[in-house]
Design a protein around this ligand. Structure first.
Ligand SMILES: [Zn+2]
Length: 625
């Protein structure tokens, strides 16, 4: 237990005294005012490529922009997850459908017996971060470590508005590659260094977020990074930040004739990354390093192993101009990429997004290689620049990314699908009908099964934003995404922020949409109940309200599109359809008349509303023989 009684008591006292202040009208700040913390990192790392151990010195200049005095801070020590008995290990052993990369199947495909790979790690294969010295403003501090979280109780609180210095020395060991990070991944990349350094937890308007590392993703403090990595001279590094001393390093970061290599067995790589909330790198002796300039944009770096099969090497070349197009697509449709470089690096265990970079596995077909790059690059906007808390709002991370990367792929690969998002809709609808759905408000680590997490975060999340376009109109959705970027870039937006942005752009009331689709498992099920001559009756069977797009085919063969507004939206979207009277949610049925006799009716012909029972959306009067 870490919550000591005295701390609880202190919290209670603070709480009551602010209550009293509120009654006396002496509140000094508005509770709804936005602020965010700032953590500027300076790190010097010394990596031993033979033992996979590294030593680090870290200084964090931490500014408490919150209105609160902080009595405690937390650090993440992510590498500690890769130890037998960790929470990550325990979760692997208890979840029904563990991540295939993290377990060994000792049974058969039909009757699997999973063994956690973490449970089998030996001492020299585990991951760890051991803190050897820790100071605040030069004064030694005590700390406690609980798994992947370090808890620091402060004798003197960090006052609201104050800037302090944390200094830490640590020793780390890079684990066998189990998930995301690690040594010698299955394609032989030596070092995938993600979530590898002691990382200050974020404190925001919703308090501390010192989530243990159990499986899912991350949240961090905005700041500037200055990182020096000393490593064996044969290793080539790619990752976050701009290389400051390319002239001493070479390896494709500068033209060879300008390189003045230093003597000795190691290189010290110096990276600077402005305004990010993470720092990632990967290193290998056998990287090929290509670059490609995005016109009016960043320099792209591609690092991939020379020993890839010929076909894969060709794919890595072919995807480079496509990455330029992707960068341009996202910059145009969301907002301009603000950094000077972006690196696509072979490493990790699939595809994972980081600051100014991604680590992806390299042995992929061309379509898969471009697809994974599209997805991970899109994450630069949704969750990196628009830095939602991925643990709490996983759907704003994976869902919005899936949405925009699917559209980008459709365009740059010329797929021209009728509804590029149809797989997301199908995935969500399958989940909603499966009985396994949990609301999108579920913490990313606490879905009962992994497949329900994926369908929620990726599919329902993508549907959330696509369906928002159905509700407010395509042009309003495009404007909403751009305004959302402009208003929340380099911040920590929350679900209400995307919905309020859509309200501001469209003038429509939308809080019901976030409530029903984003906070409950209510489903959409509308049906055509009856058609009699020129009278159409619709029925709302599901609990969730929606406005209705509907297409009618008349007996004479002509067609007409109708739009039935939802009363609680207090307005209509832009549409060329015939607008009927609005439908107030509480009425289970709705009848309207048309000008001619009706042959058939179809609700939502574009398939943009996630109706979980689409069969009853179509109604056709049997033709007489
Ligand atoms: Zn993703």
């Amino acid at each position: 237990m870490i919550y000591k009684f005295s701390t609880l008591l202190l919290l209670c006292v603070t709480f009551f005294s602010s209550e009293i202040n509120a009654q006396n009208n002496t509140i000094e700040y508005k509770t709804d005012q936005y602020w965010q913390q700032q953590a500027d990192y300076t790190m010097a790392i010394d990596m031993d490529v033979n033992t996979y151990q590294f030593t680090g010195k870290q200084n964090i200049e931490y500014t408490n922009n919150s209105p609160d005095d902080l009595n405690r801070v937390y650090y993440h020590l992510f590498f500690n997850a890769f130890q037998p008995g960790s929470e990550m290990d325990a979760r692997l052993q208890s979840i029904k459908d563990p991540d295939g990369r993290m377990v060994t199947n000792l049974g058969t495909k039909e009757n699997p017996i999973y063994e956690s790979r973490i449970s089998k790690l030996k001492d020299d294969e585990i991951g760890f971060i051991k803190v050897s010295s820790f100071k605040l403003n030069g004064k030694k501090l005590n700390y406690e470590i609980e798994g992947t979280v370090m808890i620091v109780d402060l004798e003197t609180p960090i006052k609201a508005g104050e800037t302090v210095d944390f200094d830490m020395k640590f020793v780390g060991q890079v684990p066998e590659q189990i998930r995301r990070s690690g040594r010698n991944n299955k394609e032989g990349v030596a070092l995938s260094m993600t979530q590898w350094y002691p990382k200050l937890a974020e404190y925001d308007t919703e308090g501390w977020h010192a989530d243990p590392y159990i499986g899912r993703e991350f949240y961090g403090v905005w700041g500037n990074f200055d990182v020096k990595i000393t490593i064996d001279k044969d290793y080539i590094i790619g990752g976050t930040g701009n290389l400051q001393n390319a002239d001493k390093i070479g390896y494709g970061y500068i033209s060879e004739e300008k390189v003045k290599k230093k003597r000795g067995k190691t290189n010290t790589w110096h990276f600077v990354a402005p305004n990010v909330h993470d720092f990632t790198w990967a290193a290998d002796k056998d990287y090929i390093h290509d670059t490609m300039q995005v016109p009016n944009g960043p320099m792209l770096h591609f690092l991939y192993k020379k020993d890839l099969p010929q076909e894969n090497l060709e794919n890595w070349k072919k995807m480079q101009p496509k990455t330029v197009e992707l960068m341009q697509y996202f910059s145009e449709h969301i907002g301009k990429y603000p950094y000077d470089q972006y690196s696509v690096i072979q490493g990790g265990d699939g595809g994972m997004e980081y600051a100014m970079s991604t680590l992806i596995t390299g042995k992929r077909s061309y379509g898969s290689l471009v697809g994974v790059t599209a997805h991970e690059l899109a994450h630069t906007w949704f969750q990196f620049l628009l830095a939602t808390n991925e643990s709490k709002h996983e759907w704003m991370d994976e869902g919005f990314t899936s949405y925009i990367s699917t559209l980008a792929m459709d365009e740059i690969m010329d797929y021209k699908k009728e509804n590029p998002l149809s797989r997301s809709y199908a995935g969500y609808i399958r989940l909603a009908n499966s009985g396994n759905e949990q609301p999108l408000t579920t913490h990313a680590d606490r879905y009962a099964i992994n497949s329900a997490y994926s369908a929620s975060a990726y599919s329902k999340g993508a549907v959330f934003i696509s369906q928002l376009g159905y509700i407010i109109g395509d042009e309003n959705l495009k404007a909403t995404i751009k305004k959302y970027y402009n208003d929340f870039v380099f911040k920590h937006p929350k679900p209400m922020d995307i919905v309020r942005t859509a309200e501001r752009v469209s003038g429509l009331e939308l809080d019901w949409y976030l409530i029903d689709f984003g906070q409950t498992t209510n489903t959409i099920d509308y049906a055509v109940k009856s058609v009699e001559d020129n009278k159409v009756t619709l029925e709302r069977i599901g609990l969730m309200p929606m406005p209705i797009d509907l297409s009618v085919t008349y007996v004479d063969g002509s067609t007409e599109d109708f739009y039935i507004p939802l009363r609680m939206m207090r307005g209509t979207k832009q549409t060329s359809s015939t607008i009927k009277n609005d439908w107030a949610w509480a009425y289970p049925t709705y009848t309207f008349e048309t000008s001619k006799a009706v042959q058939s009716v179809q609700i939502d012909p574009r398939g943009l509303m996630a109706d979980v029972k689409p069969d009853n959306n179509v109604y056709s009067i049997a033709k007489e023989d």
